[in-house]
Design a binder for this molecule. Structure first.
Ligand SMILES: [Zn+2]
Length: 83
C-alpha cells in the first residue's frame, strides 16, 4: 500500500496544512506565478509579507495530522473494497 500523503507545496516541497484564503487576498498574494499552484501556508505568509499584504485577513487554516489523514484514507479504501 502506498503511503497516503498530504499536498506537497509547489514552492518549498513542504507538506503543508490545508488552508483557505478569500479570492481577493489569494490572488494578490499568490500573483500570476503561484495563483494556480498548490502552495503551503508558510509560503503564502512569506509571499504576503514580501508584498506587504495583510495575508491573515479571512485566513482559515485546517491542519490535519498524518494519523488523521491516514485514517481518513483508510476509510475511503474500506468503502471501495465493499463494492
Ligand atoms: Zn511552501
Amino acid at each position: 500500500m502506498s503511503n497516503p500523503t498530504r499536498q506537497v507545496c509547489a514552492r518549498c516541497n513542504r507538506r503543508g496544512w490545508g488552508f483557505w484564503s478569500p479570492d481577493r487576498i489569494w490572488n494578490a498574494v499568490a500573483g500570476v506565478i503561484w495563483r494556480n499552484a498548490d502552495i503551503c501556508v508558510f509560503c503564502f505568509g512569506e509571499l504576503g509579507d514580501e508584498k506587504w499584504i495583510v495575508w491573515t485577513e479571512g485566513l482559515k487554516i485546517r491542519p490535519m495530522s498524518m494519523k488523521a489523514q491516514r485514517e481518513f484514507v483508510d476509510t475511503l479504501t474500506e468503502e471501495h473494497s465493499d463494492e
